[in-house]
Write a protein that binds this ligand. Structure first.
Ligand SMILES: Nc1ncnc2c1ncn2[C@@H]1O[C@H](COP(=O)(O)OP(=O)(O)OP(=O)(O)O)[C@@H](O)[C@H]1O
Length: 238
């Protein structure tokens, strides 16, 4: 894919409602790997990724390879190659499935749009079957597929998924997890927030654990799986 090997976050600080919620954290997300960001409710997972994607103001640096994403608005960050699938699998209900995917395409040429759709439908064939259906008629799982297809159609180098499985049935979660594996195998660096730590650790190569806005673990997912005390500590600390 690209020569960009990682997204790096350095000394990230985020404030919300006048309160510091992320305290000077640094980590990186490697291309072609799944990294999971874990932590209790309110630990700061969404704040971290929203700041990375330019949705929330921040202190510190976020770099895509050598490109400093300083002062970039969310659309420019997406164009640089970092796509965010926000929490809540929101879609444009009045548009068809296909139009939902196409509004997210960055290259307006017919060939690029056709290719983008083809890629999205290869990953999620169930969306191809429903391409002309109104997105408001989809199930929660299918809406999450549309939200992920909107990220894929932009040909990202890195993709952040905020809450993959929230409120979804296990069978569909399995499909969504497979799609992330395919994305990583194709060279995309994935940063995954997921409430079910076991699911996330099975998928991930690396893991990060946030506790009250501070990073308390950064290492191989397998190490964290073997050390449930670290995770329990972080979840109990909330
Ligand atoms: N809109 C907001 N205004 C002010 N403070 C906020 C806002 N949203 C979140 N916070 C606070 O920021 C901190 C981090 O929240 P954040 O949503 O990033 O955590 P999280 O780990 O993603 O949790 P969750 O799993 O509940 O989404 C919490 O203390 C939360 O109360």
């Amino acid at each position: 894919m690209s020569g960009i090997s990682e997204v790096s976050v350095e000394n990230l600080v985020v404030e919300r409602g006048g309160k510091r919620v992320i305290h000077d954290i640094s980590f990186s997300v490697a291309a072609g790997k799944v990294t999971t960001l874990l932590g209790a409710n309110g630990a700061g997972k969404s704040s971290t990724v929203m700041a990375m994607a330019g949705v929330l103001p921040r202190g510190g640096a976020v770099r895509l390879g050598d490109i400093a994403l300083e002062g970039f608005v969310p659309d420019r960050i997406r164009r640089a190659g970092l796509a965010l699938v926000p929490e809540g699998h929101r879609v444009l209900g009045q548009l068809s499935v296909e139009d939902n995917i196409l509004v997210a395409a960055l290259d307006p040429s017919t060939a690029a749009r056709r290719q983008g759709l083809q890629r999205a439908y290869e990953i999620f064939p169930e969306l191809a079957e429903r391409r002309h259906q109104s997105a408001s008629d989809l199930s929660g799982g299918q809406k999450q597929m549309v939200a992920m297809a909107q990220a894929f159609v932009a040909k990202p180098r890195f993709m952040i998924v905020d809450e993959l499985s929230l409120g979804l049935a296990p069978a569909v979660v399995k499909r969504l997890a497979e799609a992330l594996k395919i994305a990583a195998a194709g060279g995309i660096g994935v940063l995954l927030i997921e409430q079910f730590a076991n699911l996330a650790l099975d998928l991930a190569d690396r893991a990060l654990v946030l506790e009250r806005g501070r990073l308390v673990f950064d290492g191989p997912a397998a190490t964290l799986k073997a050390r449930p005390d670290i995770l329990h500590g972080a979840y109990l600390a909330s």
